[in-house]
Design a protein around this ligand. Sequence first.
Ligand code: BGC
Length: 755
Amino acid sequence: MTDKKLRELLNDMTLEEKVNQLVQIPGSYYDKNASVTGGIENSRFSETQRSQAGSILGITGAKTLRQIQETYMENHPHHIPLLFMLDVIHGLRTIFPMPLALGATFDPNLVELTAQAAARESAVSGIHVTFAPMADLVRDARWGRVMESTGEDTYLNSLMTAAMVSGFQGNHPGEPERIAACVKHFAAYGKPEGGREYSNVELSEHALREFYLPAYESGIRAGSELVMASFNTLNGIPSSGNHWLMQKVLRKEMGFDGVLISDWASIEEMIHHGFCQDEKEAAKKAIEAGVDIDMATTIYANHLAGMVKSGEITEACIDEAAYRVLRLKNRLGLFENPFKDGDEDKEKEVILSGEHRALARKAARESVVLLKNEKDVQTGKKLLPVNSEEIVAFIGPYVQSKGLHSTWAIKGRAEDAVSIREAAEENMVNENVMFACGCGMMNRDNGMILKRHIDETLTEADLGIFDEQTEKQIEREALEAAAKASLVVLCLGEHRLLSGEAASRSDIGIPMVQLELFRKVSEVNPRIVTVIFGGRPLDLREISEKSMAVLEVWLPGTEGGNAIVDVLTGAYNPSGKLPVSFPYSVGQIPVHYNEYATGRPLNGKEDIAFYRSRYLDIPNHPLYPFGYGLSYTDFVISPVELSRKTIGGAEKSLKAFVTVKNAGSRKGTETVQLYIRDIAASVVRPVKELKGICKVTLEQGEEQKVEFEITEEMLQFHDADGRLTSEPGSYLLWIDNSSDTEAGAEFALERKEHI
Ligand code: BGC
């Protein structure tokens, strides 16, 4: 439909019809299997409101959505189609690794492909919009939604957010098998106080602009059709009513012209925050801030029309929001084809297709991070990859578990997943492998807490807990297997229900029941490879110290087992890098590599002087730093060379380069990382910031030059007045394979007038 026609349609609509476009109802009105991610009181929407609301969230399926659409359009005075939205976060039915794991691939192209596959499965199932990507910067592993972010770094998050938007939308969301993206949660939802879900965010405007906003902006520049407002307050103002944030920063400065949707009931929650006295005030503040759609409450539905009539808000406000919603429907092509790609036959063909499974396996293996791999003193060889002669005992609650996807894989099914056991039986010599569960997934008391908070109907089997007698028996079997084996692969970690929305934790350790098993096994057989699952960086101190090798495998998705066995056997050489620092202990949080230097920084890790910025009982450094990850081969990176020492004058940039050599004994992939530090500036700058990445795959003995172009733009930051600028002076630059790197090269930016 032309824009002119769309405007004519808008002009023809009654005020009530226009308001209806701004109302989103939960799918549970239509389908008892709808995903519900917030409080729900179905009776609140009247029959008319429910049948006229402009969009629905949480349901999927080509057949169901077609039926709903047909009935809705028949009854709609202007036959305007509905929008169907769903949280498709890391896949619809083919589940890719959780977003934090995707961050660990350091590969935006691959991440784009996973989003594209997720879009394809969703589109054929009748979905029009996904509530993804989550661009929130996270530096606190206690927060359960760390799994849904791509980590602690502004640059990496920006790349990944843009990649996901492109993957979902392609060049245009109206294209076949694409859906519209929604960058969320604007803004700074990833920094709740104390890591506690839904708690408040206090953040200087400087830090907000410098570190938190760029990833959202990157998604918007990539063309995201929607943005979602966050639940949190930002410096005292809830986002859904934050006029400055939405009108000035989002709409004006970032130029976002698409649909702004609230989070689940976040408009209503402004009353609980104590920011609005009643529903009418909440409606007024939200619509005037520019929030177009009210998700899951009746606030807009009940109040907006009346408030226009009483003159409390203008009709222009409603027109603007309704126009944006109609325009989104039009961009998706729904006026021409209200079902878009929804097609039952295609659903069968596309969902969990061989192609998607292969991509899920690729993404999962590229997300695995090898944290430790020691040499065996007897054989003189590193423990991994597992030698085909070894007799391997796979032990732990994750050996047989198919709970390999996060709580945000709403439509993912455990039965579709490949467990480690299944993969090992398929891909390893059967006589050489044994399997034992060893212990439960969590202690009984933790299981009961989850049951109480999440769902009373969760069974002991769902939670992975056993009675005392079974515990004893499976432990005995595990210890026997460990004693018989030449090598133990312990598959441990946090249950999937312990991360995700509303799953903040103050204890980020391995569950005690598993740690006890680990201790007992290590007494029987110290040749241990530990494979760690979970939705957050866990406290791995003891595991890391007592295991000879450690693999971080996150929540790896449908093809998790296959991917992990590929890595264990060496069919794939691990290449993942940490997108977050793994804290030494919870007391170190927040810990991230790109901190500011204090006035009394440590002078190297060995500095023991007293009056320094440090903890007395733990190191400042995380257990494993951002950007870190080993390979089965050895890469040697030469010292950095610069094409010139300054940027300025006629020369707008300089080249920084290294040679990367595969000095080990097999093919492998290294992620070369560029970091820069502004040595002195008008505001203090981080000790190091990631500014470039380059993945290189080299055969044994092969070498390759890796070059980065350094431009003035890369040196820009927000000064004390909030201006984006760069300042002349000296800079340090590192090119290495982790953020933990020492030897940098120096260059200078000459005065601006010379540039
Ligand atoms: C979450 C959003 C999600 C929405 C809809 C909320 O609880 O914060 O991220 O998109 O529910 O399911």
